[in-house]
Design a protein around this ligand. Structure first.
Ligand SMILES: C[S@@+](CC[C@H](N)C(=O)[O-])C[C@H]1O[C@@H](n2cnc3c(N)ncnc32)[C@H](O)[C@@H]1O
Length: 389
């Protein structure tokens, strides 16, 4: 009897031990077979696989540029006392890349054979570019000088906003004309919103972003750069709605819509661990990006008036998030909503901004700025759609 009890206790111990042993064994195996790579390394692995296929022999050059320090431009605040700061920029050998392009445009339009080569659409784009009031200084190709931190002018407004200069290309492509109503669907933290206001052409601007905390940053940008009388409730409205639903709320309303979507933010993903979309816990969210982007672009299309224009932009090189999204949204707008939009030819941007940016030559729709060691801006994809009806 006593022997039986001892055997029973021993058996239970052995069972418990073996269970415990198995659990530890499993844990150990899990830990050794799945090393915790930093999110930035996962991003690099992912880009190496996908972008080497997409860009072929150009990939090593883009890759090294993405891993090196990004170049900035200084968007001059047209609302500030800007003369002194502009003089300083010129004396430090920076130039305004937009006025450089405008000089090229006037040369092109004088050379009759060059303007004959351009489509009607491209000629219209050039004509609106030549009237742009935006001013953004950059250092020339190969010059890696940096701009100092912006300071307030005598009225307390900051004199310039530092940003990737290629971020201005979607704003320039949007071609805001006097009296236009404008929607910036994914606006925070507000670099492009600020540029939209700098055109001084918006009759009314709605800046929306789903994130409340990022909208607070947008409000800070507005307060730091835009005088109070230019951001009254009559001029500017800041909202925090889900942009995907915008088409239901304000259908066919705006002359111009900017859809600057969340994406894999390739440069950020390679260099920063914080808020990295390649974190293992965010895999699903990353995989869902093309769907979210398509829904946002579709909402942007629906909220544009017939005859109005939408610009879609990202800061990724990914074809899945760029051209494919545009093509899918164009299809869905027609099939599900009977709304017709046409991608516009922006190849003239490649011509007139070639001294500042390095463009990819083979996009099916839209234009893509590729990072390059001598002009380390981008990535920036932008595509303009004209709503026909
Ligand atoms: C690339 S950032 C926009 C950058 C901004 N345009 C700028 O130039 O400063 C994308 C933004 O989309 C916002 N977003 C994400 N999902 C959204 C949604 N469903 N509706 C509206 N905004 C969204 C994010 O909070 C993020 O601020």
């Amino acid at each position: 009897m006593a022997a039986c009890m001892v055997m029973g206790v021993l058996q239970r111990k052995v069972t418990v031990l073996s269970l415990t042993f198995r659990r530890h064994k499993f844990k150990k195996k899990w830990a050794t077979t799945l090393p915790k790579l930093p999110s930035s390394s996962l991003a690099l692995q992912y880009f190496d696989i996908n972008y080497s296929m997409q860009f072929g022999e150009q990939w090593p050059s883009i890759r090294i540029s993405l891993l090196c320090e990004q170049k900035y431009g200084a968007l001059v605040n047209n609302f500030s006392e800007k003369e002194a700061v502009m003089k300083n920029f010129y004396s430090s050998n920076a130039t305004d890349f937009i006025s450089d392009a405008q000089n090229l445009i006037s040369l092109y339009t004088k050379e009759k054979n060059v303007s004959d080569e351009l489509s009607v659409n491209a000629t219209a784009n050039l004509s609106s570019l030549s009237k742009s009031k935006l001013t953004c200084f950059t250092f020339s190709r190969g010059d890696i000088s940096r701009f100092p931190k912006s300071r307030p002018d005598c009225f307390g407004l900051l004199e310039y906003y530092l940003m990737d200069a290629s971020s201005l290309l979607p704003v320039l492509a949007l071609d805001i004309q006097h009296g236009h109503s404008v929607l910036d669907l994914c606006a925070a933290p507000g670099g492009k919103t600020l540029a939209l206001l700098q055109t001084n052409n918006c009759r009314f601007l709605t800046a929306n972003d789903l994130s409340v905390s990022r909208c607070k940053r947008l409000q800070t940008v507005m307060r730091s750069y835009v005088p109070r009388d230019q951001r009254t409730d009559k001029n500017v409205q800041i909202t925090t709605r889900d942009g995907r639903l915008w088409g239901d709320v304000e259908n066919s309303t705006y002359d111009r819509v900017l859809v600057d979507v969340p994406c894999t933010t390739d440069r950020h993903s390679l260099l920063e661990e914080e808020n990295n979309i390649f974190h293992r816990m965010r895999t699903k969210q990353r995989q869902m990006l093309p769907l979210l982007q398509t829904e946002l672009l579709l909402a942007g299309i629906l909220s544009t008036k017939p005859g109005g224009e939408v610009v879609y932009s990202t800061c990724t090189l990914s074809q899945l998030q760029n051209e494919y999204v545009v093509e899918r949204a164009v299809e869905l707008a027609a099939s599900e909503h009977g709304v017709h939009v046409e991608p516009q030819d922006l190849s003239c941007f490649r011509k007139v901004f070639k001294d500042t940016f390095n463009f990819y030559q083979d996009c099916r729709v839209g234009e893509l700025v590729l990072p390059h060691l001598t002009a380390n801006f981008g990535p920036m994809f932008f595509c303009k759609l004209l709503r026909i009806r």
